[in-house]
Design a binder for this molecule. Sequence first.
Ligand code: ADP
Ligand code: NA
Length: 331
Amino acid sequence: TERPRVLSGIQPTAGSFHLGNYLGAVRQWLPFQDTHDAFYSVVDLHAITIPQDPEALRAATRLAAAQLLGAGLDPDRCTLFVQSHVPEHAQLAWVLNCVTGFGEASRMTQFKDKSAKQGAEGTTVGLFTYPILQAADILLYQTDQVPVGEDQRQHVELTRDLAQRVNGRYGGDLFRLPNAYILKDAAKIQDLQDPASKMSKSGSSPKGIVWLLDPPKTSAKKFRSAVTDTGTEVRYDPAEKPGLSNLLSVYSALSGMTVAEIEEKYTGQLYGPLKTELAELFTEWVAPFQERTRGFLDDPAELDRVLAKGAEKARPVAAETLARVHEAVGF
Ligand code: ADP
Ligand code: NA
C-alpha cells in the first residue's frame, strides 16, 4: 500500500515564475500530493552550472520556494526542500560521475544547446555533468516516477542506464529504476506575441510572457493584446490558429472547462470576449497565489522553518541510499 514516489525539481530563477512554468510544471505537481509520495526540490546546485550572483541566488531560491508554496504545495502532504540543504546530492553525483562514460555524457543534446548559449569559455564542466547530478537527485530517493517534459526524457534514460550499471557492477538493488512520467503536450504554453515559439524567460518579448508576480493588471493587458489570427471563429486548431489555440489551452487550464466546452461557449463570437474573459479568469486565479506567496516572502522565519522541515524529511532517505552506495563502492 506504499504510494509510488515521484520527484521533480525546478531551478531558482531571478524574478517570478511565468505562466509556462506554472502550467507546464508546478501545477502538474499538485495532484501527486494526494496519490504519490511526492518529493519536490528547488535545485540550486543546478543553478550554479551557469554564473550566479550569490545574494541573487539566495533570494531566487527563497522566491522559488515561496511560489511553490503559494501555488499549493503543502509541506504536510509532500516533501519540499532546497537541494543544497541535502549534501548527499553532490556526494552521490560524484560516484555517478565515476561510472558515466565521457562519450555517454557527450551525447546529451540539452548540453549542446546550453553550452552554445554560454560560449566555449563560459561553459563549465558542471554544465556538462548537469544530467549526472540530475540522476543523483532522482536515484537518491528511490524514485518511481519523474514528471518531466519531453525535453528531459533523455536525462531520465541516462538515469536508468546509470542505475542499472551501478546495480549490476556492485550487486543488488542499490537503486530503484525510475520511469519518466511525460507531462502532456497540452501544457506547453506559447509566447503571447509570438505563438510559434514557447513562452520562455530567455526567449520571449516583454509582452509575450506572463509573470505570475506582476501586477495582475499588467498581465490582463497582455492577454487582451495577445496575437491571434484574423479569423472569426473560436476553434482549437494549433496549426492554423496557434495564438488562439494557446489562449484556449490557458483558458481550459485556469477554468477547468474542456476546450470543447469553451468553443461552445464562444460560438458565434469574435476573439475579443474570449481574451477579456481570459484576462479576468487569470486575475481571479492569480490573486490568491500572489497573496500566499507574499505571505511566505514577508515571513522569512516561517519560510526557513518550512524548508528546514523539508530538508529534515528528505535527508534520512538520501542518507540511507548514499550509505549503501558508499559501502558498495568500497568507502
Ligand atoms: P524557461 O523556458 O523560461 O527558461 P525553464 O527552462 O527554467 O523555463 O523551465 C522550468 C520548468 O517550466 C520546466 O519544467 C519546463 O518544462 C517548464 N516550462 C518552461 N516553459 C514552459 C512553457 N512555455 N510551457 C510549458 N512548460 C514550460
Ligand atoms: Na529553458
